[in-house]
Design a binder for this molecule. Structure first.
Ligand SMILES: Nc1ncnc2c1ncn2[C@@H]1O[C@H](COP(=O)(O)OP(=O)(O)OP(=O)(O)O)[C@@H](O)[C@H]1O
Ligand SMILES: [Mg+2]
Length: 458
């Protein structure tokens, strides 16, 4: 069933949509008003209805309610002028599938219609299915991209052995989560999982934290204290931010990894321990080795099983899954009945570059859920959150007055351009057509400029 009914009082829009949708292979009918649409609908319950909001005598909202009465399964998409946002929100609360602001981006509209059809056919976004489900998951690892599937496999494999694992990836890509999952799926799951961050802790402190000390080892060592390595005995020790370790600590760690032995501070004898090591860093350790900051022998010792987590922007197909997962989570946590992210809002998210990766997406959704007053996350709350970070990192355009020492004209113009494109994107809530209109350039030109300034990926 691929029938769609287009309702708009403007003939030119009806025609344009009819041509576009017919080209996509849909069976299209059109109606110039609400009553006409209802007449058609009674004869043939369309799967999807695309309707304008502002119409007389019956507006889109009234039509939506009538249609939902006749046929609750039909998905209705509202087309709204910018000024009608409030009505659009009301329509969403009354069961509309989505709303779409005018002037619209045809590619986006197509994809919204497509997803409305897939929903109608009873095929909503499938819940995450792992190739071989991880047996124990306190916090699920979400993602269906080929990259994430590979990660599941590696986690699976790593869980079954005791080799050292090195997890790499930008900040916020899920390194700690993966470390946890490896432990939880391993035979050591009943034993401790101990995390030690190697960043920002002075060397002497790391050493005593890790290895513990004997009474009198240093001033203030009044008792005997066992270290985290010992606490992790028979379990897993997760050493985070391994790229930050000082050269001396690197030597001590190498010994620990090689021999599974260590010496507490102030002790005369080494001590053996049974620990499984998982290590993580957001640095490129190979480069650190080449630059002489990280020991090569330690690197090879660590890098037995390596799991690299790619940045979120390189696997955009995971964005909707993750966003919906966080939505569910935070609506529950914050006690809100928000059950959907409007697909337009999802589009905005899918185009964003996420320098903070999954953590940033999680924060955006948490904030949006907290702010949202309707039952759907709309672009308004999302887009602001999503673009704020980018805006904050953009410097104000430089003074136009020529400084005495001169300036780099190309670079200056570039900065001004980027700043204006960002402002326009923000003003139009990420809608590219509207952004292009604001800047009086065409879509191609906008796309070129967004790519140039890293505001969009190829
Ligand atoms: N694939 C995923 N599925 C579900 N949640 C995820 C996923 N990846 C990351 N997260 C969540 O994103 C947040 C950040 O992840 P995590 O702390 O593991 O990142 P990290 O790589 O250790 O970052 P950093 O280098 O900054 O420490 C966590 O709340 C984590 O649960
Ligand atoms: Mg981390």
């Amino acid at each position: 069933m691929n029938s769609i009914l287009v309702v708009d009082d403007e003939a030119s829009i009806r025609e344009m949509l009819e041509i576009m949708l017919a080209k996509e292979g849909y069976q299209v009918a059109t109606a110039p008003s609400g009553p006409d649409a209802l007449q058609l609908f009674r004869k043939h319950p369309y799967a999807v209805v695309l309707t304008d909001i502002r119409m007389r005598p019956m507006d889109g909202l009234a039509l939506l309610k009538e249609i939902k009465n006749l046929q609750p399964q039909t998905e209705v998409i509202m087309i709204s002028a910018f000024a009608d946002t409030e009505t659009a929100v009301e329509a969403m609360n009354a069961g509309a599938y989505d709303y779409f602001p005018k002037p619209f981006d045809l590619a986006e509209l197509k994809s919204v219609i497509q997803s409305a059809f897939s929903k109608y056919q009873g095929q909503p976004l499938q819940p995450v299915e792992l190739a071989t489900p991880l047996a124990f998951q306190t916090k699920p690892l979400i993602g269906l991209s080929p990259h994430m599937k590979r990660v599941y496999e590696l986690v699976q494999r790593a869980s079954q052995v005791v080799s050292n694992v090195l997890i790499t990836g930008e900040s916020g890509t899920g390194k700690e989560l993966v470390a946890h999952l490896i432990h939880e799926n391993s035979p050591r799951r009943e034993q401790p999982f101990i995390t030690v961050s190697c960043a920002g802790i002075p060397e002497t402190l790391i050493e005593s934290e890790l290895f513990g000390y004997r009474k009198g080892a240093f001033t203030g060592a009044l008792t005997h204290k066992s270290g985290l390595v010992e606490t992790a005995h028979r379990g897993t020790l997760f050493l985070d931010e391994i790229g930050e370790l000082s050269p001396t600590m690197q030597v001590k760690l190498l010994r620990l990894l090689q021999e599974k032995r260590f010496t507490p501070l102030g002790a005369t004898e080494e001590q053996g321990v049974d620990v499984r090591f998982v290590l993580a860093t957001n640095k490129n350790l190979e480069k650190e080795v080449m630059d002489g900051r990280f020991r090569e022998d330690l690197f090879y010792r660590i890098n037995v099983i390596s799991i690299h987590l790619s940045p979120l922007r390189e696997r955009p197909e995971d964005i909707p899954l993750l966003a919906n997962h966080f939505l569910e989570n935070y609506s529950r946590v914050l006690g809100k009945k928000i059950n959907k992210i409007s697909s337009y809002a999802l589009r905005i998210l899918s185009q964003y570059s996420f320098p903070g990766n999954v953590r940033e997406l999680e924060n955006i959704i948490e904030r949006s859920v907290a702010m949202e007053r309707s039952t759907i996350v709309l672009p308004e709350s999302l887009a602001l959150a999503a673009y704020k970070g980018v805006l904050a990192s953009t410097k104000e355009p430089p003074q136009i007055t020529l400084p005495a020492e001169g300036l780099d004209l190309d670079q200056t113009l570039d900065q001004i351009e980027k700043n204006l494109v960002l402002q326009a994107l923000k003003k139009s809530l990420g809608n590219k057509q509207r952004t292009a209109n604001l800047l009086k350039i065409n879509l191609r030109s906008l796309r070129y400029r967004m790519l140039k300034h890293g505001l969009e990926q190829e």
